[in-house]
Design a protein around this ligand. Structure first.
Ligand code: GLA
Length: 678
């Protein structure tokens, strides 16, 4: 997931957004036959829902050329074609992010997995990127979906074809596009676009749930990014095996959470340059999912050298200026951590944020602090802005102090690192002992990005080396969590070494069981091999067909475990019912995680439910500036009121439907407003 860095707007957010809006197609419903929408089904790809060969002007519908100068346009060109006699030509590009884009939410369904295929070429040289742009709560985010799309022959200036690239968008996104871009400002040509809707795939129902198997020992979880949510079989696996803990793969990291535009606006308005502004809009799809299914969340990560914007450390929030003093940075850090947790818990009061990686990867392998500098600069990918400001690793103690002060109750605080079994383990333990004395740390996170290569002898680390590090961490008296588990095999070796990988995974889980009273969670870094950040080394326990690999089978062995039936009760409550059947007896146990922090219906928070609550909802919808959450009226909505009023618990937040529910309740048409008992 490291590669999915948010693409920063070079020419300023507003400029780009405006340039884009000017050329963006309007949202409209698709009339059948409007474009070439077809309905052919194939067994492997699913149903063909969109096809364009750019043989006529009609094929340009849904497409727009983002950015560019006055000459920018999309046209049908017969100068070249991958097939037939013409293709789509995007001309007038002036920036790398300009190019042909297609708006997904104008004709595809949300939360649905599609596969995208197309041919593309640059005018002189083909090296394109397929990217996405999503808008959530008015904030844009950019992701590279596939980079280095290059022609295979002809000196790099021919057509390149990409096939079956997973694409999707989620409910709650205001706009969703995919587009081609390229470092050269030359024309881009596109031909033969096809979009398939992924077929329904049944996951294996008759194998035990991993989280259920270990439920008396430790939590089993995984990491998710918003685009995972659209894949039905993927999410079925999450629900079945990893539904006890979710880590947001990228979108809760500083790069995604620190909002530069809002921070600068606040600074300009107030002159205060110590209060960065936080936003969780990019994590929202995953957090909404966690809320809906009552799944606890690991917060990852507050303070890190990587995926953290350089401007955060600089005078006036300007990358080109000097680093701020340690004193100013400590103030910025405190306000950042305070606002991080305040914003998070106000938005999601019913999510159990049970753990947090306060500091990630502060040590080099030999245990020394990182070099001074920003990691994206040439030859210093491992450098740290934190060290550049403080001169050493003293920022760690501040980070834990502030995290302890501002994290919600019950949120345990961890130091998290990779290569944690190397020499740095000594430095980690020393730091942990010091923080333990200060009362600011609860545990150590072992990332556990491990590598078995092609044999147990070649494995790094060996199981012995790994167990010895685990024992050292346990000896600190702190809790241990396995936070990002994956075990690679040799690059591009397919399934050749899956048995060796299975032996290694079995060895790991034997170790985890042996020390299970000291390990509170085992979290995998992903679910299926092709979605892993190390996909070419197949590191996970489910394969590209969503089937259990030998690694899963070796962990589970001959054990059978009852399969939990997860029932979701809107409002953040989850009931897990486990049924164990023997020949004569059936035992049913029910565990309820019930968070009911709401006074349902009490939108104006006066501890009553009356017509005024329904009226406030309608007022806030009609006039958000006056009655909404940031409204000016004395009786405007509060964050708590917003939660209380959302009695239908849909994904839209407060709507007219909630006002209707409240009125029906007051008229005794509805017995209760408590969602879990409706
Ligand atoms: C580290 C980070 C994770 C993630 C992985 C790679 O382990 O802690 O957040 O970026 O690298 O995906």
């Amino acid at each position: 997931m490291k590669g999915q860095n948010i693409r920063k707007l070079i020419a300023g957010v507003m400029g780009a957004a405006m340039a884009f809006t000017a050329t963006a197609p309007a949202v409209h419903a698709v009339a059948p036959g409007d474009v070439q929408l077809t309905n052919k089904t194939t067994a492997t790809q699913g149903t063909l829902v969109y096809e364009s060969d750019f043989e006529s002007e009609d094929d340009l519908k849904y497409w727009a050329n983002r950015g560019g100068d006055d000459t920018t346009k999309l046209s049908i060109s017969s100068d070249d074609a991958k097939s037939g006699s013409s293709c789509m030509l995007a001309s007038g590009r002036t920036e790398s992010w300009n190019g042909p884009s297609i708006r997904l939410d104008s004709f595809l369904k949300p939360d649905t997995q599609y596969y995208f295929s197309a041919s593309v070429r640059g005018q002189w040289y083909t090296n394109c990127t397929l990217s996405s742009q999503f808008t959530v709560d008015g904030e844009d985010s950019y992701n590279n979906i596939r980079q280095n799309i290059q022609a295979q022959s002809g000196g790099g200036n021919g057509w390149a074809t990409i096939e079956n690239i997973p694409i999707s968008y989620s409910t709650g996104m205001d706009a969703a596009y995919i587009y081609f871009e390229s470092g050269n400002n030359e024309d881009i040509l596109v031909d033969d676009v096809k979009i398939y809707e992924a077929p329904h795939v049944d996951i294996e129902a008759d194998i035990p749930s991993l989280s259920e198997l270990y439920k008396d020992k430790f939590i089993v979880g995984t990491a998710l990014t918003p685009d995972d949510l659209a894949s039905q079989p993927f999410m079925d696996l999450v629900q079945k095996h990893f539904g006890e803990s979710i880590t947001v793969g990228n979108q809760m990291k500083p790069d995604y959470v620190l909002n530069k535009a809002k921070t600068l606006a606040y600074f300009e308005e107030t002159g205060d340059d110590e209060n960065p502004v936080i936003s969780f809009s990019q994590a929202k799809p995953v957090l909404e999912y966690a809320r809906k299914y009552g799944i606890p969340v690991r917060v990852h990560t507050l303070v890190w050298y990587s995926q953290t914007p350089e401007w955060f450390f600089k005078e006036d929030y300007d990358e080109k200026k000097d680093y701020v003093t340690p004193e100013k940075m400590t103030k910025r850090m405190e306000n950042y951590i305070k606002s991080y947790f305040e914003t998070l818990t106000a938005l999601y009061p019913d999510i159990n944020f049970y753990a947090c990686d306060v500091v990630n990867e502060a040590f080099q392998n030999d245990g020394s602090p990182r070099q001074k500098g920003h990691p994206s600069q040439a030859n210093q990918y491992e450098a740290s802005d934190w060290v550049a400001v403080y001169g050493d690793n003293s920022f760690i103690d501040y980070a834990f102090k502030f995290a302890r002060q501002y994290a919600p109750e019950g949120c345990k605080l961890y130091y998290n690192d990779f290569n944690e079994y190397m020499d740095k383990k000594k430095a980690i333990c020393e730091m942990a002992e010091r923080l333990k004395k200060a009362g600011t740390i609860d545990g150590i996170g072992m990332q556990s990005h491990l590598d078995v290569r092609q044999s147990m002898d070649a494995a790094f680390p060996s199981l012995g080396m790994y167990e010895s590090a685990l024992k050292d961490f346990i000896a600190t008296g702190l809790d241990v969590q396995i936070t990002e588990l994956d075990v690679t095999v040799q690059e591009n070796s397919g399934d050749k070494y899956f048995d060796v990988q299975a032996t290694y995974y079995k060895g790991l889980f034997d170790i985890y069981e042996k020390y299970s009273d000291k390990i509170s969670a085992v979290v995998f870094w992903g679910v299926t091999d092709p979605k892993s950040w190390r996909a070419s080394q197949n590191p996970l326990i489910f394969d590209k067909e969503f089937m259990a690999k030998p690694a899963y089978k070796s962990i589970v062995g001959s054990r059978t475990a009852p399969d939990p039936v997860r029932t979701t009760i809107p409002g953040g409550s989850v009931t897990t019912t486990t049924t164990t059947t023997t020949t004569t007896v059936t035992n049913t146990t029910t565990t309820s995680y019930c968070y009911e922090p709401f006074f349902w219906g009490d939108t104006n928070c006066d501890e009553n439910v009356e017509l005024a609550d329904a009226i406030l909802i309608m007022q806030a919808l009609a006039n958000p500036n006056k009655y909404g959450e940031k409204g000016t009226d004395a009786k405007h909505l509060t964050a708590q009121g917003k939660m209380n009023g959302d009695v239908d618990r849909d994904t839209e937040g407060l709507t007219g439907n909630d006002a209707l529910f409240i009125q029906e309740y007051l008229l005794h048409i509805r017995e209760t407003l408590v969602p879990s008992t409706r």
